[in-house]
Ligand binder design. Sequence first.
Ligand SMILES: NC(=O)c1ccc[n+]([C@@H]2O[C@H](COP(=O)([O-])OP(=O)(O)OC[C@H]3O[C@@H](n4cnc5c(N)ncnc54)[C@H](OP(=O)(O)O)[C@@H]3O)[C@@H](O)[C@H]2O)c1
Length: 289
Amino acid sequence: MPTNDQTQSFRLGDRTVNRLGYGAMQLAGPGVFGPPRDREAAVAVLRAAVAAGVNHIDTSDFYGPHVTNQIIRAALSPYPDDLVIVTKIGARRGEDASWRPAFSADDLTRAVHDNLRHLGLEALDVVNLRIMFDVHGPAEGSIAAPLETLADLQRRGLVRHIGLSNVTAAQVREGRGIAEIVCVQNRYNIVHREDDALIDALAADGIAYVPFFPLGGFSPLQSATLSAVAERVGATPMQVALAWLLRRAPNILLIPGTSSVAHLRENLAAGAVQLADDDWAALDRIGVG
Ligand SMILES: NC(=O)c1ccc[n+]([C@@H]2O[C@H](COP(=O)([O-])OP(=O)(O)OC[C@H]3O[C@@H](n4cnc5c(N)ncnc54)[C@H](OP(=O)(O)O)[C@@H]3O)[C@@H](O)[C@H]2O)c1
């Protein structure tokens, strides 16, 4: 169900973040395999994001690999006090740029230390365990063993909060029995609505839901309805797609990715886009039925 709650912040672990954040994956370069063509431009995007009030940045050491975290550190360290950097572990990159599972206790421990070193931190704010049973989408199977390893790293003080990514509702239930889960990061956008019920359940429990590919990811969203509503409200289709997500549920935190300062500013301005109820209803029908 849509919500009229336009609150612009939400709890993430023990911090409160603005609902419009930033996803850093695009900074790694083509194929998320670094280095980027223009490192200074990547630094500029990160600094512009923080200057505009972004205090939630999503990253991973397997973007690049390592490159994105290194750029974040170069651009933003020493970090502002209110900045929450969320990273993810559970995968590694092959030399051919492939995405491979990396779930052993050694893999996960190494990944936490790599993130700490490349970001220049003593503890990671939030670490998402990225499940890789199927790289392209959630697939059932127990997540107990890797999550227990991550919970152990949390007890050692290296990780403050734990999230899950690319997971089913059953895996979220299993995970919450093992550790406190502060966020879930799955693919979701105005077209891909598989997580509708999960989002509402997490909202009821105060857990953040962070959709990846909010703009369609590698296949940008395209819809006649999106374009028509955008024209009517005087916004761009991407802004309307983000405004729809902001209104969809109060626990949705946005991390649209971009390598461009112009797109960054456009995306952050989506917070001011108001959708009338009939436009909301038309948009809501895009991804259902
Ligand atoms: N947990 C996971 O498995 C997982 C998977 C994928 C991503 N993620 C996270 O989610 C974040 C968001 O996902 P994403 O970056 O892949 O996809 P996205 O935010 O849906 O879309 C990014 C794409 O849209 C373009 N774009 C951004 N703003 C635009 C605008 N205003 N107008 C037109 N085009 C625009 C970007 O190109 P330009 O660079 O040219 O702007 C880029 O090609 C990532 O950065 C990453 O942190 C997590």
